[in-house]
Design a protein around this ligand. Structure first.
Ligand code: PMP
Length: 396
């Protein structure tokens, strides 16, 4: 008998499965709103000018590709710290940062480290959450539960349920929190609500793990990062995973980081030594190209200014699409309060449509969103907006 005779066929990734279905659809008017990527006004994945300029600069002075240090490019790690935590916190030396393989890689290194630190801890993720949170922490060996997050009836955050779950969680429970632009709902906590979360985390001795995959897509780089400042001010130890997949449109380069905020510089050096063991025994050391690009952009003032401008452009285009979607839905005859579409932040909108309606959008109109009702606002543009609004109006 073959060694693999008993291997079961794993279910397809639901979102990638949707992409396959989209690619196979012959409808010329099809629109893919199931993706988690930013498309420009022509429906194309952008290559940022700051990225092209940094790559040009790198080509002019080509370098050999030796192994990177286990924790990545030092200038990159430092630039990430400056971006995420600010110069004052970085100077304290109490943050350990390692280059990661995208945001997912940062989360996984953090999860593996936490498993060694506290093997019996439970993990709580938001209900709903990015679907890989559950799988990633489960595969790292944790039992994963949820805390209430989305209040469908009120179209907002179930803050009482959220705080209730934190206030009854066992000490040491790892709480995964979306720093901004919550995936999939688009609803973010206010600064006052973050203070309540921080107070509960502190009172119960929980371990906060901020997942920051969309910094700059909500209100702005500093505005979206304000939650990190709130956690810093609280004096808590906490984890932050960073992704540059979206903010630099560098999805395929796998550029991200994990940062662990510790009590002291000495503690941070011990934590860093353990993070390096996780990395060394997993993929040894990270790749050079994407992180070199990001480090070059972040540390070259002109390129940094250009990046901030380009990121603002993506953010503003998404916001404009939210406003336009509301207008087009109203014009198509959809009644009721649609302000939730412009209240939500980031790439996604939880449309409130049910699975049957989402399936009708696919089969009758060639408009592909996730069955949960999540649509990618960053994939809307002037060319497809009319068709999308009319189709939504038809299935409501
Ligand atoms: N966290 C969240 C909430 C995300 O939405 C994503 C990307 N879809 C990630 C992490 C992973 O990002 P990356 O592609 O950089 O691994």
């Amino acid at each position: 008998m073959s060694l693999f005779a008993s291997v079961e066929l794993a279910p397809r990734d639901p979102i990638l499965g949707l992409n396959e279905q989209f690619n196979a659809d012959p409808n010329p008017a099809k629109v893919n709103l199931g993706v988690g990527v930013y498309y420009d006004e022509n429906g194309k994945l952008p290559l940022l000018k700051c990225v092209a300029a940094a790559e040009h600069q790198m080509l002019e002075a080509p370098k050999a590709r030796g192994y990177l240090p286990i924790d990545g490019i030092a200038a990159y790690d430092k630039a990430v710290q400056g971006l995420v935590f600010g110069d004052a916190a970085t100077a304290s030396g109490r943050i350990a940062t390692v280059q990661g393989l995208g945001g997912t890689g940062g989360l996984k290194v953090g999860a593996d480290f936490l498993k060694r630190l506290n093997p019996n801890a439970q993990v709580l993720i938001s209900d709903p959450s990015w679907e890989n949170h559950r799988a990633l922490f489960t595969n790292a060996g944790f039992t994963v539960g949820t805390y209430p997050y989305y209040d469908a009836a009120q179209r907002g955050i179930a803050i009482d349920g959220l705080l209730g779950a934190l206030n009854t969680a066992a000490a040491g429970t790892i709480v995964v929190l979306h720093a901004c632009c919550h995936n999939p709902t688009g609803y973010d906590l206010s600064a006052a609500q973050w203070e309540q979360v921080i107070a509960a985390v502190k009172a119960r001795g929980l371990v906060p793990f901020l997942d920051m995959a969309y910094q700059g897509f909500g209100q702005g780089i500093a505005e979206d990062g304000a939650v990190v400042q709130q956690f810093l001010a609280s004096g808590l130890d906490f984890f932050v995973s960073t992704s540059f997949s979206k903010s630099f449109s560098l999805y395929g380069e796998r550029v991200g980081a994990l940062s662990v905020v510790c009590a002291s510089k000495e503690e941070a050096s011990r934590v860093l030594s353990q993070l390096k063991i996780v990395i060394r025994t997993n993929y040894s050391n990270p790749p050079t190209h994407g992180a070199s690009v990001v480090a070059t952009v972040l540390t070259t003032p002109a390129l940094r200014a250009q990046w901030e401008q380009e990121l603002a452009g993506m953010r503003q285009r998404i916001k404009a699409m939210r406003v336009a979607l509301v207008e087009k839905l109203q014009a198509a005859g959809v009644k009721g309060d649609l302000s939730y579409i412009t209240t939500q932040q980031g790439m996604f909108s939880y449309s409130g449509l049910n699975a049957a309606q989402m399936q009708r959008l696919r089969s009758e109109f060639g408009i592909y969103g996730v069955d949960s009702g999540r649509i990618c606002v960053a994939a809307l543009n002037q060319h497809n907006l009319d068709a999308v609004a009319k189709a939504i109006a038809a299935v409501i």
